[in-house]
Design a protein around this ligand. Structure first.
Ligand SMILES: C[S@@+](CC[C@H](N)C(=O)[O-])C[C@H]1O[C@@H](n2cnc3c(N)ncnc32)[C@H](O)[C@@H]1O
Length: 161
C-alpha cells in the first residue's frame, strides 16, 4: 500500500517536471552550435548593436532571436517571425522566462513576415530561406521593412533543396 502511494507520488512529480519543461521554453540546439554558427560574427555582419531594431525571420525556436535580444538590449527590439504558431508560442514563453521584453514574437504568413514598415535596421534569415516558397513577395516585404541602408543577412546551406 505504502509503496503504491510512493510510486504514485513519484509519477506525479515526473509528470509535473515534464510539463514544466515543456512549457518552460528551453531552446534546444545542435551541440556546439555556438562554435560553428559563429553568432557574434553574424550579428556583426548585421551591424546589430545596443539599441538596434532587428528581425529574425524563420526564427524557429528562436536560437538567434535570443542572442540578438542580448546584443540589442532593452533599448532595442527583436521581431522573431515564424509561420508556425507553435514556434511563436515557444518564443513567447522563453522571452517571458528570460524577461526579455525586447523580443516581439510575430506570426508571419507564407508571403509576408508581417513586419512594420521601415523600422528594422537589419533582417536575419537563417536556414529558412529555402523553405520560403514565395521568395519575391518575401523579398519585397523585407525591403519595405528595412530602414534606408538597412541590412539583409541570409544564411543557408548548399545542402538545402
Ligand atoms: C530550419 S528552421 C530554422 C530555424 C532558425 N532560423 C534556426 O536557425 O534555428 C526554418 C523555420 O522557417 C520557418 N518558415 C518557413 N517558411 C517561412 C516563412 N515564409 N516565413 C517565416 N518563417 C518561415 C519554419 O516554420 C521553421 O521554423
Amino acid at each position: 500500500m505504502a509503496r503504491a502511494i510512493i510510486r504514485r507520488w513519484i509519477l506525479l512529480i515526473l509528470i509535473i517536471c515534464e510539463l514544466s519543461l515543456a512549457s518552460g521554453g528551453q531552446i534546444t540546439s545542435a551541440p556546439g552550435r555556438d562554435v560553428w554558427q559563429r553568432p557574434e560574427e553574424v550579428m556583426d555582419a548585421m551591424r546589430a548593436h545596443t539599441g538596434s531594431t532587428v528581425a529574425d525571420v524563420g526564427a524557429g525556436e528562436g536560437w538567434f532571436s535570443l542572442r540578438l535580444a542580448r546584443r540589442v538590449g532593452t533599448t532595442g527590439g527583436v521581431y522573431a517571425v515564424d509561420i508556425n504558431p507553435k514556434m511563436i508560442d515557444f518564443i513567447r514563453k522563453w522571452a517571458a522566462n528570460e524577461k526579455l521584453s525586447q523580443v516581439d514574437p510575430v506570426l508571419g504568413a507564407e508571403d509576408d513576415p508581417h513586419l512594420p514598415e521601415g523600422k528594422s535596421d537589419a533582417i536575419l534569415v537563417v536556414d529558412s530561406y529555402h523553405e520560403m516558397r514565395k521568395y519575391d513577395a518575401m523579398m519585397r516585404s523585407f525591403r519595405r521593412a528595412l530602414k534606408a541602408g538597412g541590412r539583409l543577412v541570409i544564411i543557408d546551406s548548399d545542402d538545402n533543396p
